[in-house]
Design a protein around this ligand. Structure first.
Ligand code: COA
Length: 136
């Protein structure tokens, strides 16, 4: 079974994954947000997960992090997260990053230098990593 990590599009994510995302409160709008970039995980050519980054004002937001339930706890999210870190570094090296995390994703954010800024209801945490100024 081959796993491929590569760029994908809003339309593809919306068409294939949004119905599963909605069941788990992962927000996705039908219309493509501005300044967004998606990375997908493809198993045998089928999209089974994604992450996104979006420039909002002078910060980056990591969002739309989702792996189809059958494919979880196999390290696929970690691969997507690392691929997104490279895109972020390449395109927006000197910007801070924010995200809303679930209990399943918080450890990945904390081990990548994010700090919890706010605890919201339903176990959601708002996290931020300050700008890294290109030296790290
Ligand atoms: C969060 C999610 C993307 C993780 O996907 P995954 O492919 O299972 O994650 P990985 O196997 O790559 O694991 C990455 C890390 O996440 C953590 N993790 C994964 N599943 C977890 C769970 N159920 N509970 C707690 N931590 C979990 C682990 O710390 C793991 O790191 P480790 O291997 O060093 O322990 C997936 O559970 C998901 O889509 N959940 C529903 C939507 C959601 O919560 N999205 C996050 C919004 S920011």
């Amino acid at each position: 079974m081959s796993l491929k990590i590569s760029k994908t599009t809003h339309n593809q994510v919306y068409e294939i994954l949004s119905k599963y995302m909605k069941k788990e409160q992962v927000a996705i709008s039908k219309t493509k947000p501005k300044n967004i970039y998606y990375i997908g995980a493809f198993k045998n050519g089928n999209l089974i997960g994604c992450v996104a980054l979006q420039k909002i004002g002078n910060k980056i937001r990591y969002k739309t992090d989702f792996i189809m339930p059958n494919y979880r706890t196999n390290g696929i999210y970690k691969k997507l997260f690392n691929a997104r870190e490279k895109v972020k570094q390449f395109k927006y090296n000197d910007l801070a990053v924010t995200a809303y995390c679930s209990k399943n994703s918080i450890n990945t954010f904390l081990s990548n230098g994010f700090k919890i800024k706010k605890e919201l209801k339903n176990g959601i945490k708002f996290v931020e990593r300050e700008a890294q100024n290109g030296t790290s």
